[in-house]
Write a protein that binds this ligand. Structure first.
Ligand code: ADP
Ligand code: MG
Length: 698
């Protein structure tokens, strides 16, 4: 057996390879670019490119690609081979610094929200030296950012890097105020827990809804669902275990720290969590993980479903974004410290997050908004669409004591005073494991739980980093001018608690009374759907904040709002068309066939003996005929709703029509079809049922 430590990261041009293949001078220079964001020397790029190419070719690569993350949500790549003709008729393998640094994919078909039309038809990709290059198949993949020639970002990576830079800048200002002059940079780290479903390829192929939309659009409940909770952390079936083993192997080769895996709550649902790493790398790794999950599944005769809600009535899949802020020297700024001074600093960063989440609830909601996630949020298995923060009783008590000046009645009765008191340690064991909060403090990090399983984690982290950068900026502006630092700090923390405590909620987020309390008494936002929230991306306060930190330009925001709404509309429209097709060409004919069979049975019985009762058959024939009629009506209504979309004036209006008309019509059609499924003999039903799908992997 191969040892993991022998092959871990063998397909990555990582620090070990760089040290071994680059001259000391080139290595140092590249390191400075990676660690401190210093601009890359062009001479260095040539040397790095040559070393990268030699290493890649030695590992079997023939091509290279600039690997980027356009606004489609998946990654994109265009392969070029290394070959270059040599005068003797042969070829040599070449790769220059120029080719490493910049690529020009013909990218006119990627969504740009009109950006390229007004600037330049083509975009370019630019190397992100902070994320390692790697080999996939026979291709050297170079992580890149994707921009228009006007400099507008056309991807998710560019604003993510900008948001990390914004947070770095503001956090350094704060650290300097605390007398910390040695820290060079501050970064956020993320560990995303990825949920997914595995079903058999054979069944998947028989369901057009899964193939075209990633989720089932029809399907009566299976007699058994997740009610026994017997799947959660249950024994992993051999076929799934074999899948996980190969998946780990592939991920480890790519230097992805896949760590934890277990069965999730719903049958056929599983989770994979890597060890956390710097946010932009975690983002690249998560995109790769999703891609490799699907590839490995195919090898095992399985399909990996990453949709947020593949099955109605059982839990959907999310992606928990575990997020923390730390310094280049490895100090986690969201971890309570050993000394009162460190704790004051911790409380300041904690408050910055609380303020950020409250001030930009809408941006956090927007960052996870997709047609798929709309089915999951608030569906009694996932956090509601209302953003709130869970701190746990202990930390909550600390904040309350600070705000009121009352003695803190924790382990010791002491007066809480910043810079004087030692905070109790909040480790994992003391923070309650509240699972229902959209945004939970878990000892030394926050867990943002609203992300959908198929979302790129880039969007959520862009908003999180930017919003926290804004809080820190406001704090730094004030503290830099303060005459007495400690008093100013104390007052500011107390003010934050007072102003923003309405966002803190330590109870059960799945409870309906919470939604009432949150919206009616606390005035928190409740954007249930993508069309509800997305237009608020362009609210003045959001545009002002994001542009002031140079994370987005106003044009970029407008284009992104358009693209996200377009993606939403397209996704639902494909679902509606798939439903119409399935209902008309598969479901209705199947019911008709079974109805005929019943009618024939009744007739045969009668012919045998007129006194024979046919109550069962005729009753069922009546019910099923009624249902086929209803299905026919509902299909027509749905079709009309699709046609009516053409009259929408703009994308916002179209998204409203989808939310208010199309989705309800889809629900009505499904209801009729699912009812018919429960009355139709299984042999006649045209595709695998929920029971087959959810319990089919053995
Ligand atoms: P749970 O399921 O209890 O929430 P897991 O162990 O499944 O916890 O996942 C926790 C995730 O949080 C892992 O990806 C882990 O690497 C990550 N994590 C742990 N510490 C930090 C940290 N300081 N910053 C960011 N992520 C972290
Ligand atoms: Mg978790």
């Amino acid at each position: 057996m191969e040892k993991v430590s022998d092959y871990f990261g063998c397909m990555v041009f990582d620090d070990r390879v760089m040290k071994a293949t680059l001259s000391a001078k080139v290595y140092q220079s590249l390191k400075r670019t990676m660690d401190e964001g210093v601009r890359l020397d062009p001479g260095v790029a040539d040397a790095v490119a040559a070393a990268m190419k030699d290493w890649a070719v030695a590992h079997g690569a023939t091509h290279y690609t600039h690997w980027f993350q356009p606004l489609t949500g998946v990654t994109a790549e265009k392969h070029d081979s290394f070959i270059s003709p040599s005068p003797d008729g042969g070829v040599i393998m070449e790769f220059s610094g120029k080719e490493l640094i910049k690529g020009e994919p013909d990218a006119s078909s990627f969504p740009s929200g009109g950006l390229r039309a007004t600037f330049e038809a083509r975009g370019y990709t630019a190397w992100d030296p902070t994320s390692y290059a790697f080999i996939k198949g026979k291709t050297l993949c170079i992580p890149t950012a994707f921009c228009s020639y006007g400099g507008e970002a056309l991807d998710k990576k560019t604003p993510l890097l900008r948001s990390m830079e914004a947070l770095n800048k503001q956090a350094l200002r704060i650290l300097r105020l605390f007398g910390n002059d040695s820290v060079k940079c501050v970064r956020t780290s993320v560990g995303p827990e990825q949920e997914y479903f595995l079903i058999t390829k054979e069944m998947y192929d028989q369901r057009p809804d899964l193939r075209f939309t990633g989720r089932t659009l029809f399907g009566a409940r299976s007699p058994k669902g997740q009610e026994m909770d017997d799947h959660y952390f249950g024994v992993i079936k051999p076929r799934v275990a074999a899948y996980m083993e190969e998946l780990n192997h592939e991920l480890w080769k790519l230097g992805i720290l896949a760590k934890t895996e277990h069965n999730e709550v719903a049958p056929a649902q599983h989770e994979l969590a890597p060890i956390y790493t710097t946010t932009n790398i975690a983002t690249d790794h998560n995109q790769l993980t999703m891609e490799i999950m699907q590839k490995v599944a195919a090898k095992h005769g399985l399909v990996c479903l990453l949709h947020e809600k593949p099955f109605a009535g059982v839990n959907g899949s999310g992606k928990h974004n575990n997020w923390s802020i730390s310094t280049d020297s490895g100090v986690n700024l969201l971890s309570p410290g050993e000394t009162p001074y460190e704790n004051a600093q911790f409380l300041l960063f904690l408050c910055a997050v609380i303020k950020a989440v409250d001030d930009y609830q809408d941006l956090l909601r927007i960052s996870v908004a997709t047609a798929g996630n709309d089915h999951r949020l608030g569906a009694n298995e996932a956090p509601p669409a209302v953003v709130s923060i869970f701190l746990g009783d202990e930390l909550n008590a600390v904040l309350e004591a600070l705000e009121t000046g009352a003695p803190y009645s924790g382990t010791e009765k002491t007066q809480m005073k910043l810079g004087v008191s030692v905070l109790p340690r909040f480790n994992r064991d003391t923070t309650d494991r509240n699972r229902t909060s959209p945004f939970a403090f878990t000892g030394n990090k926050f867990e943002f739980r609203m992300l959908g399983s198929s979302n790129s984690i880039a969007c959520a982290n862009i908003m999180l980093n930017s919003a926290v950068a804004e809080s820190l900026k406001i704090y730094a502006d004030r503290l830099e001018k303060a005459e007495d630092f400690e008093t100013a700090l104390h007052d500011m923390i107390c003010k934050t608690i007072k102003d923003h405590k309405h966002i803190i909620f330590n109870g059960n987020g799945y409870d309906d009374t919470w939604i009432k309390e949150a919206t009616e008494n606390r005035g928190l936002l409740n954007y249930r759907t993508t069309p509800d929230c997305m237009p608020h991306l362009l609210d003045k306060k959001n545009v002002d904040m994001l542009t002031s930190h140079k994370v987005f330009s106003e044009t970029e925001l407008k284009s992104r709002c358009d693209i996200m709404l377009e993606n939403y509309c397209k996704a639902v429209l494909i679902e509606a068309n798939t439903m119409i097709d399935m209902a008309r060409t598969q479901i209705a004919p199947a019911i008709e066939e079974y109805t005929l069979k019943l009618a024939q049975t009744a007739a045969a019985k009668k012919a045998l003996d007129v006194s024979l009762g046919c109550g069962y058959e005729s009753g069922l024939v009546k019910k099923l005929s009624g249902l086929t009629d209803r299905i026919a009506v509902k299909v027509t209504e749905l079709e009309d709703a699709v046609t009516a979309l053409h009259t929408a004036e703009d994308i916002i209006e179209e998204s409203y029509a989808i939310r208010d008309t199309l989705l309800p019509k889809m629900g009505e059609l499904r209801l009729a079809c699912d009812e018919a499924e429960t009355m139709t003999a299984k042999d006649y039903w045209p595709f695998p049922t929920y029971g087959d799908l959810l319990f089919g992997v053995r």
